[in-house]
Design a protein around this ligand. Structure first.
Ligand SMILES: Cc1cc2nc3c(=O)[nH]c(=O)nc-3n(C[C@H](O)[C@H](O)[C@H](O)COP(=O)(O)O)c2cc1C
Length: 314
């Protein structure tokens, strides 16, 4: 067991495992808990007899925009190492339609993941409507608001035993996006699409819940957490997120500006900013200013808490 602290002072007490000493279900359990939420691909495929298959896959993501490439991974069954129908289908007819799964469809999609016998149409079992695709043979799911028609570029097996993944590398050849989930900017609205994602066990989450925005870091690179005065980290009132917000400022304000902001914030100037009492007052105000989005002012107060009026190294 080892221990480490992150910038907000949280201590973790680690356990460790070598996957070579674990059975496949235990490894899968760790991976699914560790890597989540994972988006869910609802993949429709077809076999040479024209029988359609529909199954969800959360070992899935986007890997390239030029060309547009998605990868999902139907694993060999842990039970007996056999191939899933989706895998067999894409080996024979290298086409797939990948649809996004909104919350409104999650239980139908879960039902479609049942191990129905080969040839059983999961569109029908799950009560979903098949619409013809434009450029590929498998149909798409009318109830989903986003369909991506794909040609399979390659299937890359990652092993031969039960639980081994098979990367199905797909190039998107056509996008269908419902107008109702499109923003005027052309982006997909995460509230409207309300896509589900999978975690460990039976847990799911959805994209309309608990959304928050984090501004992209500056192109020019922020000053960094390591440029903040040490007193601010030592006093421990700001978590790592807030320290990083300060570290994303482009420059440290001049001392003149720092003093002006200090006087504006504390007109009575009833304390010495570098005293313990002063730093506590500064830290509280810095938190408040950060909550109000006034990051430059917060950084100026942080600099005022440094010895010698902010001139020393942090
Ligand atoms: C939300 C969800 C995500 C899933 N993700 C995967 C996955 O990434 N890989 C996999 O092999 N099976 C996954 N499964 C299980 C398959 O959907 C299931 O084995 C299905 O029966 C495969 O169908 P098929 O044999 O018709 O291809 C998932 C099931 C659910 C409900």
């Amino acid at each position: 067991m080892s221990q480490a602290s992150n910038p907000s002072g949280t201590s973790w007490h680690f356990e460790g495992w070598d996957p070579a000493n674990l059975d496949t279900p235990s490894v899968q359990n760790l991976l699914q808990g560790a890597v989540g939420p994972r988006p869910v691909a609802l993949a429709s495929t077809i076999n040479p007899r024209g029988e359609v298959n529909l199954s969800p896959f959360s070992f899935f993501n986007v890997f390239s925009a030029n060309p547009p490439v998605l990868i999902f991974s139907p694993a060999l069954r842990v039970r007996d190492g056999s191939s899933k129908h989706t895998l067999r289908n894409v080996m024979e007819i290298p086409e797939v339609v990948i649809q996004v799964v909104p919350f409104a469809l999650v239980e139908q999609v879960s039902l479609a993941s049942s191990e129905y016998a080969e040839g059983v149409n999961e569109f029908q079992k799950a009560g979903l409507t098949a619409w013809p695709s434009l450029k590929v043979t498998p149909p798409r799911v009318a109830e989903s608001p986003v369909h991506m028609e794909c040609k399979v570029l390659e299937v890359k097996p990652l092993g031969t035993g039960g639980g081994a993944g098979n990367l199905v590398i797909c190039e998107v050849v056509y996008f269908h996006v419902a107008r109702e989930v499109l923003l005027p900017t052309g982006s997909i609205d995460p509230y409207a699409v309300d896509a589900v994602a999978r975690l460990g066990g039976d847990w799911y989450t959805r994209s309309s819940m608990g959304l928050f925005e984090v501004e992209k870091p500056l192109r020019t690179c922020g000053i960094g957490v390591d440029a903040l005065p040490t007193w601010l980290q030592e006093i421990g009132t700001l978590d790592g997120n807030r320290l990083a917000r300060l570290g994303n400022q482009p420059t440290i304000p001049t001392m003149e500006r720092c003093r002006a902001i200090f006087l504006e914030q504390f007109p009575a100037r009833a304390f010495e900013p570098t005293s313990q009492e002063g730093r506590v007052a500064l830290a509280l105000r810095i938190g408040l200013l950060l909550d109000q989005g006034r990051t430059e002012q917060a950084l100026a107060l942080a600099m005022m808490g440094k010895e010698e009026g902010g001139q020393e190294e942090g």
